[in-house]
Design a protein around this ligand. Structure first.
Ligand SMILES: Nc1ncnc2c1ncn2[C@@H]1O[C@H](COP(=O)(O)OP(=O)(O)OP(=O)(O)O)[C@@H](O)[C@H]1O
Ligand SMILES: [Mg+2]
Length: 234
C-alpha cells in the first residue's frame, strides 16, 4: 500500500477547479517532490490530504485511510503547511507543549527537537519575535512531535536563508534515511534536484508527470524538465 495516495481527487471552489482529477501514489521511505507553478493546486491537494479541506470528489488517503479516520494522526503524519499558527505570546517550547497536550502525546521529545531544528538558543523568546525562518524551523519541530512515519511539507524552505536551505536538505535526507516518507512542495528546483528521489508535477490541478527523478528529467536538469513538461519554452 502506498504511504499517500490521491485517487481522482477533485476540489473546486465556486468557479475555480483547484485540483482536477489528481491520481498519484507516494511510496514509503522516499522523498517525493510535489511541484507545479503558482496556483497549480499543490497546497489544495495537501490540505485535502490533511483533512483541512474537503474533497469535492475522489480521495486523498494516508496508508489507505482519510486523515479523519487515523487513530492518532500526529503519530502517523506530521505536517508543515504554513508557519503562522503559533501563539506569539508563548515561547517555542510552550507552543510545542500546547500541541502535545491537545494531541495527547508525550512532551519528552521537545528539547531534542528544538536542538534538531537549531532553535535551542532561542527557547526563551516568545515566538512573536521569531523571524520567518525561525517559525519554519519551529513548524518542522512541531511536525515531528509524534515521531510520525510520514511528513507532508508545503514549501518548508520558505524564509530560510542559504545556510538554512542546505540544512533543510540534510534534515530531509536524514529523515528519509530513518525510513520516513516525505512529501515536500517547493519552487526551489535546483535545490529539490539534490534532495528528492521521486517527483510529481502538476499544472492546473492535473498530473503532468510522476516517477523517479531520473525518469522524469531524462538527463535534463529538474528546472529544464519542469519547463518542458509544463510547456514553457526556454
Ligand atoms: N480557499 C480558497 N478559495 C478559493 N479559491 C482557492 C482557495 N484555495 C485555493 N484556491 C484557488 O485554487 C487554485 C490552486 O491554489 P493552490 O494554493 O492550491 O496552488 P499552489 O500550487 O499551492 O500555488 P503556490 O505555488 O502559489 O503555493 C488557485 O487558483 C487558487 O486561487
Ligand atoms: Mg501553495
Amino acid at each position: 500500500m502506498s504511504s499517500i495516495s490521491f485517487q481522482n481527487l477533485v476540489k473546486t471552489y465556486r468557479d475555480v477547479t483547484a485540483v482536477d482529477g489528481l491520481t498519484a501514489n507516494i511510496e514509503a521511505g522516499r522523498i517525493t517532490g510535489f511541484l507545479g507553478p503558482n496556483g497549480a493546486g499543490k497546497s489544495t491537494a495537501l490540505r485535502c490530504l490533511l483533512g483541512l479541506a474537503s474533497a469535492t470528489s475522489g480521495e486523498a488517503l494516508i496508508e489507505g485511510k482519510p486523515y479523519s479516520h487515523l487513530d492518532q494522526p500526529l503519530k502517523k503524519v506530521g505536517a508543515v503547511l504554513d508557519s503562522s499558527g503559533f501563539n506569539g505570546a508563548l515561547t517555542a517550547g510552550q507552543n510545542l507543549r500546547v500541541i502535545c497536550a491537545a494531541a495527547g502525546i508525550s512532551t519528552d521529545a521537545i528539547p531534542r527537537l528544538l536542538k534538531l531544528v537549531e532553535l535551542d538558543h532561542a527557547t526563551r523568546k516568545r515566538t512573536r519575535g521569531y523571524s520567518l525562518g525561525m517559525k519554519q524551523r519551529l513548524s518542522l519541530a512541531a511536525a515531528l512531535l509524534g515521531d510520525p512515519d510520514i511528513l507532508v511539507l508545503d514549501e518548508p524552505a520558505n524564509g530560510l536563508d542559504p545556510i538554512g536551505i542546505a540544512w533543510l536538505r540534510d534534515f530531509l535526507r536524514n529523515l528519509a534515511s530513518e525510513g520516513k516518507t516525505v512529501l515536500v512542495s517547493s519552487h526551489q528546483l535546483a535545490e529539490m534536484q539534490h534532495t528528492i528521489d521521486d517527483v510529481i508535477i502538476i499544472n492546473h490541478g492535473k498530473l503532468i508527470a510522476a516517477g523517479p527523478i531520473g525518469e522524469v528529467t531524462q538527463g535534463q536538469t529538474l528546472e529544464e524538465a519542469f519547463m518542458r513538461l509544463i510547456g514553457v519554452a526556454k
